[in-house]
Design a protein around this ligand. Sequence first.
Ligand code: ADP
Length: 506
Amino acid sequence: MERFILAIDQGTTSTRAILFDRQTNPRGSAQKELPQIFPNPGWVEHDPEEIWNATVEVCREVLNKQNIAAESVASIGITNQRETVVVWNKVTGKPIHNALVWQDRRTAEHCESLRSEGKEALVTEKTGLLLDPYFSATKLAWLLDNVEGAREAAEAGELLAGTIDCFLLWRLTGNAVHATDISNASRTLLFNIHQKNWDAELLEIFGNIPLAVLPEVRPTADSFGKTDPELFGASIPIDGMIGDQQAATFGQGCFSPGSLKSTYGTGCFVLMNTGEEAVSSNNRMLTTIAWQVNGKVTYAMEGSAFSAGSTMQWLRDGLKLFDHASESADLAAESDPAQRVHLIPAFTGLGAPWWDPYARGAILGITRDTGIADIVRAGLEAVCFQTRDLLDAMALDGAGQPSSLRVDGGMVANDWTMQFLANILGIPVERPSVTETTALGAAAMAGLQCGFWESEDDFDAHWRLNARFEPELPKERRDILHREWTQAVQRTLSKPLGKSADNCPK
Ligand code: ADP
């Protein structure tokens, strides 16, 4: 009987289930969109019941479609949108409020006040993260302090809290197991990534969060529990849980220190494996736990740019320059090479290494000859320049120059962009044939734990290249282009000579 790993990929905008065979081929998938709830400007919520129902639905659908019985599923691996928090009642199993999503900014003031109390250095030291509403801690505090009776119930041991992996595990095991994995825990601002435990001082700093609400923290590859047999017709072991960006890093086979991947979806996320060392950054990159397999914890350095595919969405839906994102490659190829237009996609400020929340976007360098194709090209180039900014920042932190970059996400279908990326980075860009690397990384955790794959090498033997883009620009030329980009970005900063410029590449 052929056996499979079922990966559950619970993302921000959709929930997916994908079956992988031993050769890491996706052998069927099902997907359901997830409604976004915006109760106030800057607030973003998800209904946990909707997440749960969609998860069960897509798992059943993919098994039915492929005519595969639950008995043929060796194991389940879960990957998920990170940082998003759910709090639920231990007895009824019901959430006390919608999940607060990672994008939610309602706790910005809480973060600001902790920063003004001088807490950021300590928090960063312990967690590798920054004091930002993006992470889970202030969201959890908000739920405990704003949902009626929540704090008392939490202190009485009646509530449980967790990120989406944790909530799904609890439900899938028939409300039996309250656990999370170390990669998700490392995104909460409550977990000490060096000592690898919930940190009493951090729990206190973030408003006396009761330890009792927090889940047990387990390795990313671990025997987490078994599904309730009622759900899929037989009980299936759950042997892996891992945050989405870490999963993509593993799915891309970035096992050795210095190897890195970049994901181009809505935004751009670069993660570099730093091995057993938690490398701290002087350029406000994040330090995070990548995974824990066979007892060994692997760390990563992470940097992100807020707008990648979303820039294409704006050009398509906002400016109506084309109908499909895929048309952008042909348009860019038609652009006049003499045009030096820059599009700075600072729609919601700029992330690393600029860190200027008040910067706003701009299109610079236009002349009477500038046309649609030139603006589209500038939008695609911006994604590549931003990747270079992130890699340069990592290099400043001592990461060195990588020998190649593995890419994934919706945007990597764009050959023109991948070629420009190789040109501007000066290293080859490798696109795998399975671009579902996030789900694959979750499958890997489960598959390694249950012996479906014997080792990392056994799993990685199946990584296949779809295309490799070799750099074609001389160093001098790519450095000039990058310098022009840097100058253009500086013109969009809110405080060109102030704090926000401190970290600018020179
Ligand atoms: P997410 O997981 O963040 O929802 P995906 O990985 O599915 O994102 O990628 C979708 C994004 O990629 C969209 O923002 C879309 O505009 C962009 N995209 C998809 N295909 C192309 C293409 N051929 N060229 C440029 N951008 C593209």
